[in-house]
Design a protein around this ligand. Structure first.
Ligand code: IPD
Ligand code: CA
Ligand code: CA
Ligand code: CA
Length: 247
């Protein structure tokens, strides 16, 4: 699998130290570029007719009505810079605005999460499902701090406090894609974040849905594949509670 090979690039601490700043608290490293290049080259050989959209390249030419690979070469770049061991590669295949394949690879735990539309979700080949918890007080919820939108901090942290008082505890991983994967396999009951980009959530969205969970936007509608979206995910009951009572 190309993702397992590309994941080895995360170990290069020299490349992880070659950091450029894109915006407030927003970075890209030589590892991000190396992973992107490795995967792009391999996909272009095997699937020359499929377009390639990825976070660290210009994507103007992409036609969303056709088939397109959607890559986040490193989801959790700040974690990578700090050697925090909580980052992953997220790759989705979309067609006509629908996600048809989703893959998230965590090179630290060597966990490969995979989903196919209509075919269920898998972790290293074993079927996974969302958790069965139905009450907030038995739920572990990952919050997304939207680090590139610090103007949202007041609103976000007020909400985090309200939720923290009602749920078992909250977590902040620093990787949106891993949060979604962890909802899919039942380690987390829910996760939500404002202003995610398509490469952050496309693969994870399919993983959660194929594992029996829900992915909504903050209005409570089914989340679509807009380039930017506010995402709430969870097992269906906790996702519904989050969207109706907290967001
Ligand atoms: C970010 C991470 C982070 C989330 C941000 C994302 P990046 O992706 O997923 O957890 O809070 O919203 O943009 O920049 O590390 O690929
Ligand atoms: Ca980024
Ligand atoms: Ca990301
Ligand atoms: Ca990224």
């Amino acid at each position: 699998h190309h993702l397992r090979q590309a994941g080895k690039l995360f170990q290069d601490r020299t490349a992880a130290g070659q950091v450029q700043t894109k915006g407030i608290a927003d970075y890209v490293t030589a590892v991000d570029y190396a992973v992107q290049q490795y995967i792009q080259e391999h996909l272009e050989v095997s699937y020359p007719h499929i377009q390639f959209l990825s976070e660290e390249k210009a994507n103007q030419e992409i036609d969303q009505s056709g088939l397109v690979w959607v890559l986040d070469p490193v989801d959790g770049t700040t974690n990578l810079i700090h050697d925090y061991h909580t980052s992953c590669i997220s790759l989705a295949l979309m067609g006509g605005g629908e996600v048809v394949l989703g893959m998230i690879y965590n090179p630290y735990s060597k966990e490969l999460f995979q989903a196919k539309k209509g075919g269920g979700s898998y972790l290293n080949g074993e079927r996974i499902t969302v958790s069965g918890a139905t009450k907030m007080e038995e739920s572990l919820i990952a919050i997304g701090t939207s680090p590139y939108h610090k103007e949202m901090a007041d609103e976000n942290f007020e909400l985090f406090k309200r939720l923290f008082l009602d749920c078992q505890d909250i977590r902040r991983s620093g990787s949106a894609a891993l949060d979604l994967a962890h909802v899919a396999c039942g380690r987390l009951e829910g996760y939500f974040e404002i202003g995610l980009k398509i490469w952050d959530f496309a693969a994870g969205m399919l993983l959660v849905r194929e594992a029996g969970g829900s992915v909504l936007d903050y209005s409570g509608a089914q989340a679509d594949t807009s380039m930017v979206n506010n995402i709430v995910a969870g097992n269906s009951e906790i996702c519904r509670l989050l969207a109706s009572k907290y967001l």
